[in-house]
Ligand binder design. Sequence first.
Ligand SMILES: NC(=O)C1=CN([C@@H]2O[C@H](COP(=O)(O)OP(=O)(O)OC[C@H]3O[C@@H](n4cnc5c(N)ncnc54)[C@H](OP(=O)(O)O)[C@@H]3O)[C@@H](O)[C@H]2O)C=CC1
Ligand SMILES: O=C1CO[C@H](CO)[C@@H](O)[C@@H]1O
Length: 332
Amino acid sequence: MTGLRWGILATGGIAGAFASDLRTAGRELVAVGSRSQESADAFATRFDIPRAHASYEALVADPEVDIIYVSTPHPMHHDNARLALEAGKHVLVEKAFTLNRAEAEDLQRLGAERGLLVMEAMWTRYLPHMIRIREIIAAGTLGEIRAVSADHTQLLPSDPAHRLNALELGGGALLDLGIYPVSFVHDILGAPTSVKAVGRLIETGADAEVATVMTHDGGALSTTLSSSRGAGPNAASIVGTAARIEIDRVWYTPTTFRVILPDGTVAEEFASDEVAGRGMEYQALAAERYVADGTLDSDLLPVAESVAIMGTLDEIRAQIGVRYPSEEADNG
Ligand SMILES: NC(=O)C1=CN([C@@H]2O[C@H](COP(=O)(O)OP(=O)(O)OC[C@H]3O[C@@H](n4cnc5c(N)ncnc54)[C@H](OP(=O)(O)O)[C@@H]3O)[C@@H](O)[C@H]2O)C=CC1
Ligand SMILES: O=C1CO[C@H](CO)[C@@H](O)[C@@H]1O
């Protein structure tokens, strides 16, 4: 398969995890860009990257780079991805794809205009256990799916200045953690036909805990829980008329699951044995495939679905009362 030459935009926590997985998978990591030369140099040394740029502009202008991985905080995703697309680069953008649906639509439009891949880095979709779950569902093993449930709950820093809690950094449990269960529900049941959400906001105006109940085509139900204030089961289930799937903790990372019949018999067990690193390389390999085969869109999470997911998150945020500073400016 033809590979791509990767450039990493930003040098924070997840950029390091992604770079490490790219290296483990033997992909071509050729450049990094940071707001400072010092961080770019340190990151380049750590992952043996040949070129370190002192600005995001310099990174996207690098002629040796084919695809940019955007790993800044949520409010910067849209502008950073736009910068890369305007420079003619494909983009893999960290979750949450953007702050809201309008920004997501803008990236979708620009990618289509320029003939470039625009893909959300919802790495879970590309993991081996999720691929197997899709096969089981497609084979009809579960019967008609009636309910999906998932949580993403972690005990994370309560410092108001932390990315998770600061509105100006796109903070909130929903966009950082809840995106996983909401994306999972979209994957299995499609976009919701109705949404009911409750949440608790902290003093910064960001959400710390959010629960949703949604309905889907045919009246199927979903429930999601996101919280940055306590570690819960981090498990997921898909309940059908003929069988259910229970995905073990931590369901959105490489893990185990079982297909269980109504009488309790385990019909299949799956273990993610072959995953070498954290598992972030599967999305990178998929991105390389979509460019090589000319489809320029993900078959596992098309950009149109990322747009729809941002729409669902917008609706949940409207119900719990979370608005980001740039949205206040946009709408007066
Ligand atoms: N897939 C996954 O499992 C995970 C995904 N994420 C996602 O990755 C993204 C980044 O998260 P994470 O790596 O934890 O964040 P960090 O705070 O660790 O890093 C963010 C980086 O963005 C750059 N940046 C640009 N503007 C700013 C700004 N105003 N304030 C702070 N940093 C800025 C900085 O890089 P520089 O100084 O080099 O410019 C910084 O190091 C988010 O979208 C998050 O949701 C996060 C964790 C896990
Ligand atoms: O995607 C994510 C997975 O979990 C992290 C915490 O460990 C989150 O903060 C992050 O954004």
